[in-house]
Design a protein around this ligand. Structure first.
Ligand code: ADP
Ligand code: MG
Length: 322
């Protein structure tokens, strides 16, 4: 039965790539790293009930399992090539695997990514994806390297995925005039867009970069720690979608934008003289980038609230994350 599932996965994920010498079917894949490139690798695991709610559409799980990994490559400025899939299933559920692979391969096709192997086992529903990508030597974007005076930017909008989860937990499925806004937020949660083209465009431009998976405060905090600097963020500058602002009051929307995870936008630092060029480049790529603050001497992330003062633990929007 396990072999039927592997064959199903193999058939539905074919992606021709010259650099795959041997894909699914042997004891290991054999892959040709292009001469003159470095290999960037990452792995992320999604556990049912922890990283996605029970009952999530299998196609959404497949898309997201790959998207969160591609987002890590995007944050490094790498171009994706290959993936491995570790699938743990409570039972040999063909319908689940069909749906899963449908979502996975839809995103894989967009980025010409080949699934080259994996492992299939029985147990509580868990999905691990490992991705491999290329980056020119020495050009990988890292969390270290932010400098005092750099502008801090973020692609897209923040807080949508956390709001999408809230929608799933709080709202009853009923028709009203705001159904489209809710669908948008849930889509942002279930089908995040990894910012790969933006990551490539930031090579040689950004001093530091991270993807926003755990929430802006946490992830920008990682840049600060790795770079030995602090950051000051302006709450009024945080990019928030019209769906988020249409469904939630300002304090709640701010709370999601600062602390909510799962947005998979890029947060990065550029010197001020490159700001307008980088913003023009990312706007041409479709995601745009908003300046939200700056790098300062010191440690940690501070947020300036709407009243102009620093937000303290206990300020609406701040609590739960400090
Ligand atoms: P082995 O016992 O030698 O590890 P497996 O029976 O686990 O081999 O896997 C057989 C082949 O199928 C291998 O090439 C493996 O990479 C591939 N494979 C197994 N599970 C998956 C999966 N979930 N996704 C993609 N490829 C898989
Ligand atoms: Mg095996």
């Amino acid at each position: 039965m396990e072999f039927d599932l592997i064959e199903l996965i193999r058939q539905r994920t074919v992606q021709a790539r010259d650099d795959v010498r041997l894909g699914i079917g042997d004891d290991a894949a054999v892959l040709a790293v292009p001469a003159g490139q470095e290999l960037a690798v990452a792995i992320d695991t999604l556990v049912e009930g922890v990283h996605f709610p029970r009952g999530t559409d299998p196609a959404d799980i497949g898309w997201k399992a790959l998207a969160v990994n591609l987002s890590d490559l995007a944050a490094m400025g790498a171009t994706p090539a290959w993936a491995l899939l570790g699938l743990t299933l409570p039972q040999a559920d063909r319908a689940f695997v069909e749906g899963f692979v449908d979502g996975f391969s839809r995103l894989a096709a967009v980025h010409r990514l080949a699934l080259v192997g994996g492992d299939t086992t029985r147990g509580p529903l868990t999905v691990s994806v490992a991705v491999h990508g290329f980056v020119p030597p020495g050009k990988a974007l890292t969390r270290a390297g932010a400098r005092v005076g750099d502008a801090v930017l973020v692609t897209g909008t923040l807080g949508d995925a956390a709001a999408g989860l809230n929608v799933l937990q709080q709202w009853r499925r009923e028709e009203d005039d705001r159904g489209q806004l809710r669908d948008y937020l849930v889509e942002r949660l279930n089908r995040p867009t990894p910012r790969l083209a933006a990551g490539v465009a930031l090579r040689g431009q950004a001093h530091a970069c991270v993807d926003v998976s755990d929430g802006l405060l946490a992830d920008l905090g990682h840049i600060c720690a790795a770079s030995g600097v602090g950051a000051e963020i302006d709450a009024a500058l945080l990019p928030r979608s019209s769906a988020l602002l249409g469904l939630y009051d300002d304090a709640t929307a701010l709370h999601f934008a600062l602390g909510g995870g799962d947005d998979y936008e890029l947060c990065f630092c550029v010197p001020p003289d490159r700001l307008s060029q980088v913003q023009a480049d990312l706007s041409r790529l479709g995601c745009g980038a908003t300046r939200i603050g700056r790098i300062v001497a010191g440690t940690g992330v501070r947020v300036r609230g709407h009243d102009g003062g620093w937000m303290e633990p206990g300020t609406p929007g701040w609590e739960h994350f400090a």
